[in-house]
Design a protein around this ligand. Structure first.
Ligand SMILES: [Zn+2]
Length: 408
């Protein structure tokens, strides 16, 4: 995410012909060699001369190499520069982790394979003197448009929607189910609206989410539905001879199935986040600040938690809110399920995961467990907005009129 401008990535299916695909594979091999070479250069310069090589040194070095041999000059320069930028980014992240004294420093490794080709789009001057970036796609008016790839020519692309903003960078990626093109566009930041309605959201494994209005979205459990298929494919793979033709075939089949599950999940999460803001017309959405990476340490729930992908859902909510000028908040998660949303008393005994109804022992209030938690999350956010600490004694926050007033 940029400071002043927002970036949106559009993903399109790309269909290269067999000869084009061969060219792309050759290009992937070349970029892999270049990446390893640039990494080695950094390593050796540091080891023998204690010299740190910058990205600009390497780009200058690339120019010399291109002038000297055709081995480098016959490949597109824009892709080579992107590869150097990639090596630089890996080093920067490594340096950041060293500074933070992280447990795993993660020194950049040599790559066995590279899966994607990126290139940034250059600006060109119009007759009016204005400088604009070239459009990477040529429209044909037919089912497929054409993507301009440097040195290769045009490749068929299924552009199912127009992209918005200023295109900056293009990436071609090989996945198990074919080639995909990612176009990164810059759009100006949208203005934040004044929140008039807010909604608390409790996520769970039983129902994917429950809103403070009592609405539920069932958990689709994509992994669980595909689990038998995946187990079979894993078993098939383990029975093949390592790196034989059949082994590669089985590996492909497994990767395809895993990709299908990932795509289903992404589709569901993106649509759910969008609906929350637009179909229900909430200006602000509040969730708990969960840490799924810690939660998956519970080995009884790990698969279900990973399958639900709450982290991804929160990221998407945050992103949709930023794009459309809405609000997204996260509040501390402790005791949201254990507290009564009516009288704010906390249960003495912890509610088990199998108990779906919350029953308050002090005021006799009964409500669905997730609905009660979603209400508590909304109360907590309302308190935080007014600079108060959410406590069991605060009565006024439970008054629906006051609750609404504090958001407007
Ligand atoms: Zn109560």
């Amino acid at each position: 995410m940029c400071d002043d401008r927002m970036k949106i990535t559009f993903k399109f299916r790309t269909k290269p012909t067999k000869t084009e695909e061969q060219w792309l594979f050759a290009e992937l091999r070349h970029q892999k060699q270049l990446q390893n070479y640039m990494l080695q250069m950094r390593n050796q310069m540091w080891e023998y001369g204690s010299v740190s090589v910058s990205m600009y040194d390497q780009i200058d070095h690339l120019k010399d190499l291109r002038a000297a041999t055709s081995h480098y000059s016959e490949h597109p320069q824009d892709m080579q520069v992107s590869t150097i930028k990639r090596v630089n980014a890996a080093h920067e992240h490594f340096r950041r982790r060293c500074k933070e004294r992280a447990e795993k420093k993660g020194y950049p490794k040599f790559r066995r394979s590279v899966r994607s080709l990126s290139w940034s789009l250059r600006k060109h001057k119009l007759k009016s003197g204005e400088r604009v970036r070239q459009n990477p796609i040529r429209e044909t008016g037919k089912r497929h448009n054409m993507l301009k790839v440097p040195k290769l020519g045009e490749v068929k692309i299924r552009q199912h929607r127009p992209f918005i903003g200023d295109p900056k960078e293009v990436t071609l990626k090989k996945t198990a189910r074919g080639w995909y093109c990612f176009i990164v566009c810059e759009v100006p930041d949208s203005l934040k609206c004044v929140p008039k309605s807010a909604c608390g959201v409790d996520v769970g494994t039983h129902d994917f989410l429950t809103t403070s209005e009592g609405e539920k979205v069932p958990n689709p459990r994509f992994y669980r539905h595909a689990e038998r298929k995946l187990v079979k494919l894993h078993r098939d793979l383990s029975r093949k001879q390592y790196r034989s033709k059949r082994w590669y075939k089985a590996k492909d089949a497994l990767a395809k199935q895993a990709d299908i599950v990932a795509c289903q999940r992404l589709d569901f999460i993106a649509k759910t986040a969008y609906k929350l803001f637009h179909h229900r017309e909430f200006d602000a959405v509040v969730t708990e600040e969960l840490k799924p990476s810690n939660m998956v340490k519970n080995r009884y729930l790990a698969k279900s938690i990973s399958d639900a992908s709450w982290g991804m859902f929160f990221d998407w909510c945050d992103w949709v809110a930023k794009r459309d000028g809405k609000h997204f908040q996260q509040v501390p998660p402790h005791n949201t399920s254990q507290t009564c949303s009516e009288c704010c008393q906390r249960l003495r005994i912890k509610l088990k995961l199998s108990e779906r109804v919350f029953h308050c022992r002090s005021c006799g209030f009964k409500l669905d467990r997730d609905h009660n938690a979603a209400l508590n999350i909304l109360h907590r956010a309302a308190c935080a907005l007014r600079g108060e600490v959410w406590d069991t004694i605060l009565y006024e926050t439970r008054n629906p009129l006051l609750q609404r007033a504090c958001w407007s």
